[in-house]
Every structure is written in structure tokens, then in C-alpha cells.
Design a protein around this ligand. Structure first.
Ligand code: NAD
Ligand code: MG
Length: 383
């Protein structure tokens, strides 16, 4: 029985993780979880999973009412609550938080000798250097949940890392893949939130439309697999059936395919190295008929190129990029800025940032604050 701690239990990845746990009650058990402001989800999960002993919510008020209702459970709140769960007793942490808030629990879990199944890519985008160091020090494993990284992880099984020539990350292109740059000036939040292939949380859906998400995935792959940026390519693939590929020195290319359903990479992260049945119709390639591939247009999607630039320059720049994006992405969703302004802000932040090393969590928090403040100042000027 694998005892699972789940942060971000009320989100898109979180609820699908619950689905996977419920499908295999003999193998997986939920022992602790965190949600944001959805106290109702916390209430339901506390009733549904008798082995849960720890629960964290974002606000103190929600925590106080849950304490009254569930006097035999430990109810926590705020950032400290997430950290307490990350450091508690369990077998694997599923980090399904969104944004930089996910970094501290990822690091705390590793430093308290736990393996992490990671959906929260921002952890690695910002703090990849710190996390890889902690993983090596504590002999722990980070198992990817992001579908592209799960695909690469699956293509690497039984092969040798030193014989990898190239990682090829596929990209659907997001909600605006068929629009020109000029057409982007007037797009709405609702249009941006309608992803053609995947149903995901709001932030990542916007990140997919700007392709910041694909840039993040390049950085994520760099840290997860220890492959230089020069050997990571992005390939447009609108059908989202080939989830990513690995090319080896003999030019053999391994690909992992499947329907766009996040439950597969979530389940694999929990069952690895085993595979378990999944109640999903089999992939019907005859029905799909044709799969398309093309090179990405980095002029059309400048944030993809920016992620490479920030990653290759290193230091604090990817953390600055993430922070500026987090603020700009939220401002767009709040109707405070137009869509293309997200790009202007994030590019400006990376180019104007005082470059520095990222050796300590203090360096990281400073970079995050700088990037967030930079973006907030640009947004204030507009409003
Ligand atoms: P989501 O917005 O649906 O869910 C986020 C969860 O985090 C919610 O439970 C929310 O309550 C919680 N949360 C956010 N901030 C919090 C805070 N400060 N304190 C406590 N809880 C907080 O997001 P999602 O789409 O599930 O994405 C989660 C992560 O997984 C992101 O990093 C995303 O990039 C990554 N990811 C998601 C998908 C997908 O299909 N949704 C695919 C690949 C990767
Ligand atoms: Mg992905």
C-alpha cells in the first residue's frame, strides 16, 4: 500500500489524482492533503478517506470551522500547513499546487527524505538548481506528472541516459495556435481558456496559449533529466497523441503515445516502475488517421524562445521569468491587461532583471519578488 500526501487536491490534477487513488484502493491510500479555498472539497475528502490524519487549507477561518467538524483530525492552514504536510509521514507527495507556492513544499518533502510525484512544474522552473541538489543529497526521486515529461521518462526506461542525443517535447500550440500575431491583440479571456485538447486549470491554460508553458517544460526537462538546453527541441503536434520523444545516439527515436488524459501520467507516477490498468478507451490510431508535426515559430511564440534564453543564461533568470509570468497571467485573467501584454511584461522582466546566482532559497525568493514586482508595476501603469 502506497501512502499518498496530495497538495492541490481540489484542482484539475488533484481531482484526477483522487480518481486514480479511488480506482486502486488496494494499492493507494490518501493520508494527508491540502486545498486552497475550497473548504467544501476538504470536507468531502475528510469524510471519504478515513485514513487522512492531516488536512491543510489556505485560510484560518476555513481551518477553524473544519477543526470543529472534525475534532479527531489535524487541520492546518497557510504556507506552514503545506510545509507540515510535506514533512509528515507518507510514501510519496503528489504536488499538484499551481505556481511558485509549490516550490517550498517540494523542497521540504525532499529534505525530509520523501519522493515527489511532480505536477507543479514551477518548482523546477524556478528552483531547479536547488531541487536537484537536494535530490542528490537525500537520494530521492522526482517522478514527473507533466504528460510530456512522463512520456520522456517512459521512453527512457531500460535505456541509458548517456546515450540520449535529444529530447523532443511535443506542443499542441494552445488555444490560439491558428491565429496570427495581429489577431492576438483582441482575444478574450474566455477564448484563451478554451484549450482545444486538454481540460486543465486556468493558469496553465493561459500559459499554453502564450506557449510560456512549453518554455517552462523545456526548463523542467533540463532539470529533471539533466540534459543541456541545446539538446532539447520542441515540435508542434496539434493532435496531442505523441506526448514526447527521446532520440538516442543510434538515431532511434522512442515515442510515447496515448489519448490526452492526465490520469495516465498521474497513475504511472504512482505505480512506476509497474503499470496498472486504466479505464480509458484504447488509442485508436486508425481513427486518428493522420498525425501532424511542424517546427515551432518562435517569432509567433516569443516566450518559448525566452525560456531557452533564460535557462541558458542560468542564475536567477528563470525564476524572474516565472514570477513575472505568474503576475501577468493573473492580470490577464482579471481583465486588467490585454493578452499580448503578458509577453511584453515577461520579456521585459527577464531582460531588465539584475542577473545573479541562485544558490540559496534566499536568492530564489528575492528573484521571485523582483519578477512579481516588476510585472505589478507595469500593470499599475496601465490601470
Ligand atoms: P488548478 O488551478 O486546477 O489547481 C491548483 C490547486 O492548487 C488547487 O487545489 C488550489 O486550491 C491549490 N492552490 C493554489 N494555490 C494555493 C496556495 N497558495 N495554498 C494552497 N493551495 C493552493 O491547477 P492544475 O491545472 O491542476 O495545475 C496544477 C499544476 O500542475 C500546475 O503547476 C500545472 O502547470 C501542472 N500541470 C497541470 C496539468 C493539467 O492537466 N491540469 C498538466 C500538466 C501540468
Ligand atoms: Mg505538459
Amino acid at each position: 500500500m502506497k501512502r499518498i500526501a496530495l497538495l492541490g487536491a481540489s484542482g484539475s490534477i488533484g481531482t484526477q489524482t483522487i480518481d486514480v487513488i479511488l480506482q486502486h484502493p488496494d494499492l493507494f491510500d490518501l493520508v494527508s492533503f491540502g486545498v486552497g479555498t475550497r473548504a467544501e472539497t476538504a470536507r468531502n475528502l475528510l469524510k471519504q478517506f478515513p485514513d487522512v490524519s492531516l488536512c491543510a487549507v489556505k485560510n484560518e477561518t476555513d481551518a477553524l470551522s473544519l477543526m470543529k467538524e472534525f475534532p479527531d483530525k489535524t487541520i492546518l492552514y497557510g504556507e506552514a500547513g503545506l510545509k507540515t504536510i510535506a514533512e509528515s509521514d507518507y510514501d510519496v507527495l503528489v504536488n499538484a499546487l499551481v505556481g511558485f507556492a509549490g516550490f517550498a513544499p517540494t523542497l521540504a518533502a525532499i529534505e525530509s527524505d520523501h519522493d515527489v510525484a511532480l505536477a507543479n512544474k514551477e518548482s523546477l522552473v524556478c528552483g531547479g538548481e536547488l531541487i536537484t541538489r537536494a535530490l542528490a543529497l537525500h537520494g530521492r526521486t522526482l517522478i514527473p506528472i507533466d504528460s510530456e515529461h512522463s512520456a520522456i521518462f517512459q521512453c527512457l526506461q531500460g535505456n541509458r541516459m548517456r546515450q540520449v542525443k535529444r529530447l523532443i517535447i511535443t506542443a499542441s500550440g494552445g488555444s490560439f495556435r491558428n491565429r496570427t500575431r495581429e489577431e492576438l491583440d483582441s482575444v478574450t479571456v474566455e477564448e484563451a481558456l478554451a484549450h482545444p485538447n486538454w481540460s486543465m486549470g486556468a493558469k496553465i491554460t493561459i500559459d499554453s496559449a502564450t506557449m510560456m508553458n512549453k518554455g517552462f517544460e523545456v526548463t523542467e526537462a533540463h532539470w529533471l533529466f539533466g540534459v543541456p538546453y541545446e539538446q532539447i527541441d520542441v515540435l508542434m503536434h496539434p493532435e496531442s497523441i505523441v506526448h514526447s520523444m527521446v532520440e538516442y545516439v543510434d538515431k532511434s527515436v522512442m515515442a510515447q503515445m496515448g489519448s490526452p488524459d492526465m490520469r495516465l501520467p498521474i497513475q504511472y507516477a504512482l505505480s512506476w516502475p509497474d503499470r496498472l490498468p486504466l479505464d480509458e478507451p484504447p488509442l485508436d490510431l486508425a481513427k486518428a488517421g493522420t498525425l501532424h508535426f511542424s517546427a515551432p515559430d518562435t517569432e509567433r511564440f516569443p516566450l518559448l524562445a525566452l525560456a531557452y534564453e533564460a535557462g541558458m543564461k542560468g542564475g536567477n533568470l528563470s525564476a524572474v521569468m516565472n514570477a513575472a509570468n505568474e503576475t501577468a497571467n493573473a492580470a490577464f485573467r482579471n481583465h486588467e491587461i490585454p493578452f499580448t501584454m503578458i509577453e511584453d511584461i515577461v520579456i521585459g522582466a527577464v531582460h531588465d532583471a539584475p542577473y545573479g546566482p541562485l544558490k540559496t532559497p534566499g536568492d530564489l525568493y528575492a528573484a521571485d519578488e523582483w519578477g512579481g514586482e516588476y510585472a505589478a508595476a507595469k500593470i499599475r501603469k496601465l490601470n
